[in-house]
Design a protein around this ligand. Structure first.
Ligand code: SF4
Ligand code: FES
Length: 284
């Protein structure tokens, strides 16, 4: 199969970019979008021309490094599939395929198809972590987590941080990404210590760099991890609770003070000065 590629070429962030047209012959159905770029680059190098810069790493859908717009769709025509796992079988001989970098104000183009996605890292750095007492490894069964919560946390943790949700969103919003990170940690006892500080801080960073979510829902089919809109509801719920509690001068209720105490190596009632032995732990 012969494909005609319209590829975005841009020397650096300060130089205007343009589309260049190339032809790649001998493409078979099982070739991935990244392998198609490898074939193109081999051809360009042989002709003594500059190869196309693009991001890639694991090439098996786990690292979130790849990310290109294919015919205007983040990653490519197949839903919930990163560019490295998208095959060209969706195209026919002679088709024109347009390859562009992520299109979002928060992701400036660095070169050709490579964008700066460090805005996502800054959201994580502002709260996407947990505090833990470092010591000997705890007894595995000392922190029971029910199956429903464990599975929900795993589902949210599947976000690979690729940024396709931002590229797909007409507002350039990062709510699906931030929601997945917040919901992942909020499901687990280890995530309770900074739960409300985390959401306030991550939302502040997100809003300073990305657009606002108005529920278009374009992010969901673009997401290779099939993260659902429910994480945005989770993000909004925790954020609202954090802000209202702060305005009232209250500490938001924590999920279970016994879990917090175990994490800190304290008797559980020491986790909250208002709690005394024998009280029923507060639950959200
Ligand atoms: S939520 Fe989905 S699309 Fe957005 S960064 Fe995570 S994996 Fe990528
Ligand atoms: S290269 Fe790692 S997810 Fe695509």
């Amino acid at each position: 199969m012969r494909l005609i590629l319209e590829v975005w070429r841009q020397a650096d962030a300060a130089t205007p970019g343009r589309f260049e047209r190339y032809e790649v012959d001998g493409v078979t159905a099982e070739v991935s979008m990244l392998e198609l770029l490898d074939m193109l680059n081999a051809q360009l190098v042989e002709e003594g021309r500059e190869p196309v810069a693009f991001d890639h790493d694991c090439r098996e859908g786990i690292c979130g490094t790849c990310g290109i717009m294919v015919n205007g769709q983040p990653h490519g025509p197949e839903d919930h599939t990163p560019a490295c796992l998208q095959r060209v079988r969706a195209f026919s001989d002679g088709d024109v395929v347009t390859l562009e970098p992520w299109r979002a104000g928060a992701f400036p183009v660095l070169r050709d198809l490579v964008t700066d996605r460090s805005g996502l890292d800054r959201i994580i750095a502002s709260g996407g972590y947990i505090s833990t007492a470092t010591n000997a490894a705890p007894e595995a069964l000392s922190l029971p987590i029910n199956k429903h919560q464990a599975e929900a946390a795993m589902d949210h943790a599947a976000c690979i941080g690729c940024g396709a949700c931002v590229a797909a969103c007409p507002n350039g919003a990062a709510q699906l990404f931030a929601g997945a990170k917040v919901a992942h940690l909020a499901e687990l006892p280890q995530g309770q210590v900074e739960r409300y500080e985390r959401v306030r801080s991550m939302v502040a960073t997100m809003e300073s760099e990305f657009g606002s979510c108005t529920n278009y829902g374009e992010c969901v089919p673009a997401c290779p991890a099939a993260i659902g809109l429910d994480v945005i509801a989770h993000l909004n719920r925790d954020f609202r609770k954090a802000v209202v509690s702060e305005r009232r001068g209250e500490v938001p209720e924590r999920t279970d003070v016994r879990w917090l105490a175990r994490l800190r190596g304290e008797a559980w009632w020491q986790s909250d000065p208002d709690d005394t032995p024998g009280d029923t732990p507060k639950r959200t």
